[in-house]
Design a protein around this ligand. Structure first.
Ligand SMILES: [Zn+2]
Ligand SMILES: [Zn+2]
Length: 143
């Protein structure tokens, strides 16, 4: 295939990828899985309660556009009630704005070579449940 044709196809592919991303975000917003601001967060158990920042995602300053990292949120009465196991939660994502619920965690371990070169790490990486962007990390073992 000629280079020009390939270039054209790649351009179309990247355009479609962008459109898919936008469509997914739109659907997530319509379904209430993503909100624009803190004021739009609603707790199922406490409909009138306000959500507050309860911390930041570990090591999230690397992935955040804001200084200080990506915030974690929880409805105030949920936080105060010891008997509620399934507490309301939300977090900042650099792509999605505020995502309702908890982010995904995946185990991470560096390659054997990294460990030999004293750059090995083992721990968890955190990802957005909507767009799969990395949000942070936590390592409990270093070489
Ligand atoms: Zn609540
Ligand atoms: Zn996201």
């Amino acid at each position: 295939m000629a280079d020009d044709e390939l270039k054209k196809l790649y351009a179309q592919q990247s355009l479609i990828a962008t459109q898919i991303k936008e469509k997914k975000r739109e659907q997530a917003k319509e379904a209430g899985r993503i909100v624009d601001s803190l004021a739009d967060l609603v707790c199922g158990k406490h409909p009138d309660a306000i959500f507050r920042v309860i911390g930041t995602i570990p090591e999230s300053f690397i992935f955040s556009r804001e200084i200080g990292g990506l915030n974690l949120y929880r409805c105030e009465p949920c936080g105060e009630d010891k008997d509620i196991f399934d507490k309301s939660a939300a977090y900042d994502c650099p792509n999605c704005e505020i995502v309702v619920g908890k982010f995904n965690k995946r185990h991470y371990r560096s390659s054997a070579e990294s460990w030999e070169n004293l750059a090995g790490r083992e721990g968890e990486h955190y990802y957005c449940r909507e767009c799969d962007a990395q949000l942070g990390s936590f390592y409990w073992k270093l070489s």
